[in-house]
Design a protein around this ligand. Structure first.
Ligand SMILES: [Zn+2]
Length: 76
């Protein structure tokens, strides 16, 4: 069963077996580093999740927060 991860380009959800990202077209988009972000958020550690996204992508604080909220926060 394929793992669900996040695209290393756009950060959207993508299968580990996907040949390209269905959202942005990035080839071999699966990236484990976003799994770490998801794990931090599951632990309620949003501060470090945002920090990790910033370090990984070079985004500003506001962009990183938006990125985390858009791609990793489950809306119930
Ligand atoms: Zn993508």
């Amino acid at each position: 069963m394929p793992n669900l991860g996040h695209c290393k380009c756009c950060g959207d959800k993508v299968s580990s077996e996907a040949a390209s990202c269905p959202h942005c077209g990035q080839p071999e988009p699966y990236d484990d580093k976003w799994k770490y972000v998801a794990e931090l958020l599951q632990q309620g550690d949003k501060v470090n999740a945002v920090k990790y996204v910033r370090e990984s992508t070079g985004l500003g604080i506001r962009e990183a927060i938006n990125f985390v909220e858009k791609n990793f926060t489950r809306t119930s």
